[in-house]
Design a protein around this ligand. Structure first.
Ligand code: 1CP
Length: 355
């Protein structure tokens, strides 16, 4: 595999090295807002049949790159493949989102869970990573990812998406050591999974802690951040002479930013609830920042989108260390033209911040 990378803006910005303009990619850039994705998914029959077939996962990964001049590809997969490989039985109820056949709610179920053998159970993911790398041919870097142990555990214990997290919170308060055993096992699986993605060709890694912001103050350190730190310590950080940057994203974690900045990641994802100027002031030179346009801005008209892009770029200000992104995933109802307007605005406006 040729290791030459023609566009390394993403990797450079994540390491706070100089760039000519701010790199941009979009969380959930491959997915339901794209008609070509909806068509392929209808043909494949289900979301999991896309994920588990490396050729289809590769095709879906590349779809947004054919439309937009993005600075990164992100593996098309899902965070819930890891608990699926631990035997929980992932399935998708049409229109309802992910579900597990066998949620784990007590010590006996948690202690019986295996740490999966990534090489066999998640071979379809690492095969997709190798194939995508080959097809990208150095056009842009490929981001691999996983969920954080806490975020994965919310689905593993609740058995589905949740608004109140009642089962996992009850477990956290009644039997914290049992929950810690689950998080520890999941952290081991996630570490092996991310390293397997690096070995297959992933050039940057992102850990999604989508539900970290649902935790109470001290509980965030105990049940989320600590395990993120443990994972990051165990990751392969260099490959083919290049550093593999790690992004850690706790949605709703703005209150704890200083604390999160010490987790060992090169960059932090930031949602739209705080300004990048404040975020930058609070983390200093410790980490780069990725974000943080409110995804709902993309419902507005292109001239408003341009103005909001201008605002986010100005909030970060001059110098490297910013990767432009939304503050969370793109919504399925967004017109692709509006995504194009956002990317064009970043390309047109950001060089001024790197002179
Ligand atoms: O076609 C469909 O109906 C499936 C929708 C879908 C898609 C497109 C799901 C089910 N997952 C994905 C892909 C996906 N999931 C990616 C692809 C790469 C990209 O282009 O960004 C990524 C990175 C994820 C990660 C993911 N899955 C997260 C963390 C990031 C985030 O958005 O917060 C979470 C929480 C999930 C769980 C999940 N999987 C799918 C859905 C609809 C959900 C969210 C359910 C919920 O809100 O609880």
């Amino acid at each position: 595999m040729s290791s030459e990378l023609h566009n390394d803006r993403l990797l450079r910005a994540l390491l706070r090295e100089p760039v000519d303009r701010t790199p941009v990619w979009i969380m959930r850039q491959a997915g339901r807002y794209l008609p070509e994705y909806r068509e392929l998914r209808a043909q494949a029959g289900s979301f999991m049949s896309l994920c588990s077939n490396p050729a289809l996962a590769c095709e879906v990964t590349l779809q947004p790159l054919r439309r937009f001049p993005l600075d990164a590809a992100i593996l098309f997969s899902d965070i819930l493949t890891v608990p699926d490989a631990m035997g929980l039985g992932l399935y998708f109820e049409p229109g309802e989102g992910p579900r597990f056949e066998r949620p784990v709610r007590d010590a006996a179920a948690i202690d019986a869970l295996p740490v999966p053998d990534i090489g066999s159970e998640l071979r379809y993911v690492t095969d997709a990573v190798s194939l995508i790398r080959r097809e990208l041919a150095g056009q842009v870097p490929l981001i691999g990812f996983s969920g954080s142990p806490w975020t994965l555990a919310t689905y593993m214990v609740e058995g589905a998406s949740s608004k109140d997290f009642r089962h996992i919170k009850a477990l956290a308060y009644d039997q914290p050591e049992v929950l810690e055993r689950l998080l520890n096992k999941t952290a081991q699986a996630v570490t092996a999974y991310l390293n397997a993605q690096v070995e297959a060709g992933a050039q940057a890694l992102m850990i999604f802690d989508t539900w970290g912001g649902a935790l109470a103050h001290d509980a965030y350190e105990r049940f989320s951040l600590r395990f993120a730190r443990q994972i990051i310590e165990g990751l392969i950080r260099e490959r083919d002479g290049r550093r593999i940057p790690v992004v850690f994203f706790t949605k709703g974690g703005g209150l704890w930013l200083e604390q999160i900045a010490g987790c060992g990641a090169d960059a932090l994802g930031v949602d739209w609830t705080l300004s990048l100027s404040e975020a930058r002031r609070r983390v200093g030179d410790q980490v780069a920042l990725q974000g943080n346009l409110d995804p709902s801005v993309l419902y507005a008209s292109p001239h408003v989108i341009q103005a909001e892009v201008a605002r986010v770029l100005a909030e970060f200000g001059h110098g490297s260390g910013h990767v432009f992104n939304l503050g969370h995933g793109v919504h399925p109802q967004i017109p692709p033209d509006h995504v194009a307007a956002m990317i064009e605005a970043v390309q047109a406006q950001s060089p001024a911040y790197h002179e």
